[in-house]
Design a protein around this ligand. Structure first.
Ligand SMILES: Nc1ncnc2c1ncn2[C@@H]1O[C@H](COP(=O)(O)OP(=O)(O)OP(=O)(O)O)[C@@H](O)[C@H]1O
Length: 267
C-alpha cells in the first residue's frame, strides 16, 4: 500500500492570487480521482507532487519519506506523470527510442531496456508502430505512447492528467484496463478528471478541490449522494443519475447503468 501524506501544504504562484492550501490529506487508496472546477488547483497539486514547482510551505511524504529529500532518480521511480497534452512529453525520433529514453533516465541496464520497451509497447497496442516518428501518430496513439513511457519506468505512483481527453472509445477502455491492472498490482493511480461518468464507474475514492482547498473526500457514492454537493462544487452527476432524476423523478444515487439496474431489481 502506498500512502501520500500532505501536511500544511501551501503554494501560491508569484503572478497570481490563486493559493493551494491543504492542511491535511492522507491518500492511501489505489484508485483515486481528483475532481473540481477549472482553476480549482488540480494540476498545481500534480506539479507539486512531481516537483515541477517547489513547495513554499508544508510537506509531502510518500510512505513516510519526505518527497523533497528524494534524489531525482528515486523520484522518477516513485512518481510518474502522464500529461494532458502528450506532445509536451514526446521528443525522440522513434516510438521505440521515446520509451527507451525514459528508461535510460533511471539507469536501467541496456540489456533490460529492449525487452521492457517491447513489453510496454505491446501493452498499449503500439508494438507495430515502434519505428514510426511519435509525431506521425494519431492523438490517441501519442497519448498511449506517453503512457508507455511511464509504464516502462514503472513508478510506485502514476499520475494521469485528464487521460480520457482525445481518446476514442477503444483507447478509453484500454487505458481504464491498464489503470485497473496497475491498481491491482498495488500501484497507486491518481487521476484528474472532469468525466463524472468515468469517475463514478472506475474510482473508489474521490477528492474534490474547490478554490485551492479540499472540499470533499470520500467515495463517489457519498459525493453524489450528498444533496446539492455536485452542483455546489461545479460538477455534474453521472448521466444515469441525471436521467433518473429528470425523467423519472427518482433522486437516488446511481453510479452506472448497471448500478441502476441492480438497485431497481433489489429494492
Ligand atoms: N504558471 C502559472 N502562473 C500563474 N498562475 C497559474 C499558473 N498555472 C496556473 N495558474 C493559476 O492557478 C489556478 C489553478 O490552476 P490549475 O491549473 O492548478 O487548476 P485546475 O484545477 O487544474 O484547472 P483545469 O481543470 O482548468 O485544468 C488558476 O487560477 C490558474 O490560472
Amino acid at each position: 500500500m502506498t500512502a501520500i501524506q500532505i501536511n500544511n501544504l501551501s503554494y501560491q504562484y508569484p503572478t497570481s492570487d490563486f493559493k493551494l492550501s491543504i492542511n491535511q490529506l492522507n491518500m492511501t487508496e489505489n484508485l483515486v480521482a481528483i475532481a473540481g472546477q477549472n482553476g480549482a488547483g488540480k494540476s498545481t497539486l500534480f506539479k507539486l507532487l512531481t516537483g515541477l514547482v517547489q513547495l513554499q510551505a508544508g510537506e509531502i511524504q510518500i510512505n513516510q519519506h519526505d518527497l523533497a529529500g528524494l534524489t531525482p532518480e528515486d523520484r522518477l521511480k516513485t512518481i510518474g506523470i502522464v500529461f494532458q497534452d502528450p506532445s509536451s512529453q514526446l521528443f525522440n525520433a522513434t516510438v521505440q527510442q521515446e520509451v527507451a529514453w525514459s528508461l535510460s533516465q533511471t539507469g536501467t541496464d541496456a540489456a533490460v531496456v529492449a525487452e521492457k520497451v517491447d513489453q510496454v509497447l505491446t501493452t498499449v497496442g503500439l508494438i507495430d508502430s515502434k519505428d514510426k516518428n511519435p509525431f506521425d501518430l494519431s492523438m490517441p496513439e501519442k497519448k498511449l505512447l506517453s503512457i508507455a513511457t511511464v509504464l516502462a519506468v514503472d513508478p510506485q505512483i502514476y499520475l494521469f492528467d485528464e487521460p480520457m481527453i482525445s481518446l476514442d472509445w477503444p483507447s478509453q477502455q484500454l487505458v481504464t484496463r491498464i489503470m485497473q491492472q496497475l491498481a491491482h498490482e498495488d500501484h497507486q493511480v491518481i487521476t484528474i478528471t472532469h468525466d463524472m461518468d468515468w469517475l463514478a464507474a472506475t474510482f473508489s475514492k474521490v477528492y474534490v478541490l474547490t478554490e485551492g482547498k479540499v472540499s470533499f473526500e470520500g467515495t463517489p457514492e457519498a459525493f453524489f449522494g450528498e444533496s446539492g454537493l455536485a452542483q455546489e462544487t461545479g460538477l455534474l452527476t453521472p448521466r444515469i443519475m441525471t436521467i433518473a432524476q429528470e425523467v423519472l423523478g427518482d433522486s437516488r444515487v446511481y453510479l452506472t447503468p448497471e448500478d441502476y439496474w441492480e438497485k431497481k431489481h433489489t429494492s
